[in-house]
Design a protein around this ligand. Sequence first.
Ligand code: NI
Length: 245
Amino acid sequence: MLLSELSYLEVEYYLQEKDTILIPTGSTEQHSPYGLLGTDFITAQAVAQEVGKRLDLVVAPTITYGMSQHHMSFAGTVTLSPKTYISLIKEISISFLEHGFKRIIFINGHGGNINPIKTAFDQIKYENYTGILQIISWYLLPEVQEIEKLLYADANGYHATPSEISITKYLNPKAFKTKPTVEKTVTKTKAYQPLSREEFKKIYPDGRVGSAPWLANEKDGKLILEEAVRATMEKVKEIMKLQII
Ligand code: NI
């Protein structure tokens, strides 16, 4: 169920039985000429909402902006500073903790968010709050990586992947009518991390990182999304079994 559609009384009622909330996190950033700027939050939201539906858990509104400074040389990208993003995650989590949620689970679709989310968790614990704080990045789950390997072998890459773009294509095929489908070469340039926006643009001029997004298709999207939902659900179930100290 979606938090945005509940009343505060319904949340109080939910909290008498359960203490878990799922929070989808992503970014608004370039995904090459082939993919949508919303790819990372659209995928995370789809996974979180389906898991919420199947496990009957509350899903918070999606955090659509993230840490995307390395994509800022591409139009349409929005980034929060690390400091702002850490505060955002911290204050959203604390709000839910204060109402009695004890298991705050971020369902994440963007690599750049992982470190600051974990730092926010450290800050919350430093402030002595009780509860379980977890992040599940759907695309890093072994079951998902397995299926990506089967479908795309080495061509999945690390950014603007055919996997994430397939999911968005499955969810919103109309948005792809204006996107290119032409094949290019896949370069496997190794780079240090993190990169500044200028460094990123120099090394990855069209925004792809070792990926072949033209391989994306709706059929794969449906398959990958289902696998991501199943694998995320297992992780969530494990977290729901943990004892609160
Ligand atoms: Ni992405």
